[in-house]
Ligand binder design. Structure first.
Ligand code: SAM
Length: 245
């Protein structure tokens, strides 16, 4: 493929033209780019090395083509929604909701279900009287809730990007003693997974990791973080039962 088959749609973010998935690597303007989610490319295969600004460029590029959002993405979000419905938390935080929050325009979203994202543009678009939203990022990591507030936290397709120790510490503070964060992790190298799990443990959390036996995407795992091991096991059992269906 040549430069003419790609377009730079955000700084350092290429898109392959047409509606066919592109090759895993591409050369553009003499530089190598690596595929991210079928149609988009950035300059490194290791997305956990991107700066916050680069993450926003990549995610905005992807969000501006809603018709290219993959079935895998939809399936994982639906799985998480079913788990949340079954666990029925009174308080819920979604991290990195992007343009596709797990719950949107639900009665609970006015007070008890909070949508968050690192990108202020995302929050500006989602925020309205039916949906309580806030920025949650490395630079704005304060959650405006009391200690032990959240019973369930979820992040869908977020933890392949950098997730910062100050965010983890704030999540630990605001998580209920019998609460959990459920997230999916993919695309991280073994070293990058180890760094993230060390940060998770340093913040005080236990982790329960489940390999995705369905391999919905490459090296795909579910990470369940929390304080109470029995509750983590309950979440793991729920996830495995629902995902087996
Ligand atoms: C690939 S999108 C996924 C969006 C949505 N969850 C979905 O499954 O379609 C990743 C989202 O996470 C946000 N994000 C990335 N890193 C983050 C972080 N450290 N903290 C909070 N949000 C983050 C991005 O701004 C983006 O909106």
């Amino acid at each position: 493929m040549s430069d003419r088959d790609f377009k730079m749609i955000e700084p350092n973010v290429l898109k392959v033209l047409g509606d066919e998935k592109g090759p895993s690597e591409a050369k553009y303007d003499g530089k190598i780019y690596y595929r991210f989610m079928d149609f988009f490319y950035t300059y490194t295969p290791n997305l956990d090395e991107l700066s916050s600004e680069e993450v926003s460029h990549l995610c905005r590029a992807r969000a501006s083509y809603p018709n290219l959002i993959s079935k895998t993405n939809v399936d994982v979000r639906e799985l998480f929604k079913q788990i949340a419905i079954e666990l029925a938390p009174r308080t819920f935080l979604e991290i990195g909701a992007g343009s596709q929050p797990i719950f949107y325009n639900q009665p609970e979203n006015q007070a008890m279900y909070i949508i968050s994202d690192a990108d202020p543009e995302v929050i500006q678009k989602l925020q309205n009287e039916n949906n309580k939203c806030q920025i949650f990022s490395s630079s704005e990591y304060k959650l405006h809730f009391n200690d032990h507030h959240f019973e369930l936290v979820m992040a869908v397709f977020v933890l392949h990007f950098p997730f910062y120790p100050n965010q983890l510490t704030e999540l630990y503070r605001t998580m209920s003693p019998v609460g959990a964060m459920i997230a999916n992790v993919y695309r991280r190298t073994i070293e990058a997974k180890k760094r993230l799990s060390d940060d998770v443990k340093s913040a005080g959390f236990n982790i329960h990791i489940i390999r995705d036996t369905k391999n919905l995407c490459k090296d795909h795992e579910y990470w369940i973080l929390g304080k109470d091991l029995n509750y983590l096991q309950k979440c793991a059992d729920t996830l495995q039962r629902i995902s087996a269906v």
